[in-house]
Design a protein around this ligand. Structure first.
Ligand code: GLP
Length: 245
């Protein structure tokens, strides 16, 4: 696992975006595993700006998103499908037919199977972008005594519901279930880029970068087993976990 310490959020976004744009420039047909949440918004903004300048071309890229809330339609502004269109897909030249976000409507188990099929059909992601939950969750693979390898439905923990409530009008509106890629799907990616910022992530990032323990109680620690995982954090977070470059 390699660690990149950025000056601040903007610098972190730029550094992570650099890794993604390098991937797409080197291999225009790349399969990108994409993430949602507030952390990657700056990364998407940076990539959009480079696309507008003609520096990166997404026309041949394929994308698969990590997860989706159960019970939200793709038109719901809180759905991850809507997030991806608003924050990225609508502003670049990716072929929308080559993007996939699991459906959060109808038969959730069937939707999870469909996500798993997509992951297998497209092959392992060339680059998987990740954020991290306050409790170390990755996508919606929650801290637990076990993790699931393949795409599945997951009951969200109180910690995750509370953290994500800021995007909804009231806490009761936060879905309690989600469809997520499994940890095996994520670890199968050829390259992983995890971005983190903000002091709420201190316990999770401490577990990820400051000790040698791998535990399902902090799913992000599984990345310690990955051959090509890059963690990009900002100085404030690095200082708070006691990391000295
Ligand atoms: C959600 C998503 C994760 C994301 C996490 C942190 O739970 N499923 O993929 O990493 O939120 O989001 P944020 O970046 O907003 O802190």
């Amino acid at each position: 696992m390699r660690l990149i310490c950025a000056k601040n959020y903007q610098d972190m976004s730029r550094k992570a975006a650099n890794l993604i744009s390098a991937q797409v420039i080197l291999c225009p047909e790349s399969v990108l595993g994409l993430a949602t949440g507030s952390t990657p918004i700056g990364i998407y903004r940076q990539l959009i700006s480079w696309y507008e300048k003609g520096d990166v071309d997404f026309s041949k890229a394929v994308s698969i998103n990590l997860d989706e809330y159960c019970g939200l339609s793709p038109r719901d502004p809180q759905s991850y499908s809507c997030f991806m269109h608003q924050n990225f897909f609508d502003h670049i030249n990716i072929d929308k037919k080559n993007t996939f976000v699991a459906s959060g409507m109808g038969d959730f188990e069937a939707n999870a199977r469909e996500l798993e099929e997509k992951v297998r059909e497209g092959g392992a992601a060339d680059l998987q972008l990740l954020g991290i939950g306050n409790n170390g969750h990755i996508a919606f693979n929650e801290a637990s005594d076990h993790l699931i390898a393949v795409a599945h439905t997951e009951k969200l923990t109180e910690s995750t519901i509370n953290a994500n409530a800021r995007f909804f009008e009231k806490k009761e509106d936060v879905p309690t279930m989600a469809i997520t890629m499994g940890m095996g799907d994520i670890l199968a990616a050829k390259k992983v880029v995890l971005a983190a910022t903000g002091l709420a992530k201190v316990p999770a990032i401490k577990g990820l970068i400051m000790d040698d323990v791998i535990t399902t109680q902090n799913p992000s620690t599984m990345l310690k087993m990955h051959e090509d995982a890059v963690v990009v954090i900002d100085r404030e977070l690095a200082d708070a976990v006691g990391y000295r470059a």
